[in-house]
Design a protein around this ligand. Structure first.
Ligand SMILES: Nc1ncnc2c1ncn2[C@@H]1O[C@H](COP(=O)(O)OP(=O)(O)O)[C@@H](O)[C@H]1O
Ligand SMILES: [Mg+2]
Length: 305
């Protein structure tokens, strides 16, 4: 999906921070059109990440849950968000597709850029943002009484995308194949999604998100309700779809972060009542193998959290 079609230009005059760090590939003129003035410039030789946040703070009423998170999500990579329970991982990830604001009294400050657009700019359309930035939750949440095929077609129907019968069949097959579920369900596409196993339901939810051709896929502990075998299938799937979509995954499981992610960001709360802050981020091998901060070392080695 091209976000250019869906989102208006950024609102002029919003403060933004230094250019994104962490993307390692060469930029090209086609991929990186001249940005509007309030978008951070990209250093020569760097590609603008499809998504990045600058000084993101999130609140529930007067409680600040997350403070000043500046982070890049480079194209076609998997970034793991790790940290102890309650440090704000879910809150942060829900700011990345404007779901945080659905909680009464919740708000955030700072910026979330999706390509050239701040998704919090005044005219950005939250529904378009949520199509371009898909989300998968801890508990699989297919529409249980809809058929397997209709779960895949729910997004296009909601947005009134006109598809012929053949196009619908193709979309269902391609997406289910992409999510590694086709062979298991091809003979019962009209069966209720609620009859699938938990692992199958989660793959269906991933397929449903992929049917929207998102730029970014957010996953909040997508395996925490699954058995070990289903978990490994989801991890395989994450590695496969990374070619097509940039992935941000929250996980409590250090082995999982090490297995599936390219980059890791460690968030924690220093003292009771304080907001969650980003302590360290970098290539997963470095964060796990040679952490720069004592807190990260203690967490990844299992000494706290
Ligand atoms: N709906 C909510 N209303 C009020 N406070 C919330 C809500 N959801 C989360 N919080 C608070 O925000 C903080 C971060 O929570 P959360 O993002 O769920 O952490 P994590 O996902 O890292 O476990 C916690 O202090 C939590 O109590
Ligand atoms: Mg959480």
């Amino acid at each position: 999906m091209s976000t250019d079609d869906l989102l208006p230009a950024t609102t002029p005059g919003r403060a933004v921070d230094p250019p994104p760090e962490g993307a390692g590939r060469a930029s090209s003129p086609e991929q990186d059109p001249v940005p509007s003035l309030d978008v951070p410039p990209v250093p020569a030789g760097r590609e603008r990440p499809p998504m990045y946040t600058r000084d993101l703070c999130a609140y529930f009423g007067s409680h600040k849950a997350v403070e000043d998170i500046t982070l890049d999500f480079p194209r076609n990579t998997v970034t793991a968000l790790i940290g102890p329970s309650g440090c704000g991982k879910s809150t942060y990830i829900r700011c990345l597709n404007r779901m945080h604001e659905l909680v009464p009294t919740a708000r955030c400050t700072g910026s979330v850029f999706l390509r050239e657009t701040d998704i919090y700019s005044r005219d950005a359309d939250p529904v378009a943002v949520r199509r371009a930035v898909g989300m998968v939750f801890q508990r699989p949440n297919p529409f249980p009484t809809k058929s397997i095929a209709d779960n895949i077609l729910a997004g296009p129907r909601f947005t009134r995308r006109k598809l012929s019968r053949g196009q619908r069949d193709d979309l269902v097959e391609t997406t289910l194949r992409g999510a590694g579920l086709w062979d298991e369900v091809k003979n019962r596409l009209e069966a209720h999604a609620g009859g699938l196993s938990g692992g199958q339901q989660q793959r269906l939810c991933i397929a449903r998100a992929l049917a929207e051709e998102p730029d970014v896929l957010l996953m909040d502990e997508p395996c925490s309700a699954l058995d070990p075998q289903s978990t490994l299938r989801i991890e395989d799937l994450i590695r496969e779809i990374r070619d097509r979509v940039t992935i941000v995954i929250v996980t409590h499981n250090m082995q999982q972060a090490a297995r599936v992610s390219d980059y890791t960001a460690f968030i924690t709360i220093e003292n009771e009542g304080e907001p969650g802050r980003l302590i360290e981020t970098g290539p997963t091998k470095e964060v796990f193998g040679n952490p720069q901060h004592e807190r990260t070392e203690a967490y990844v080695s299992g000494r706290f959290g």
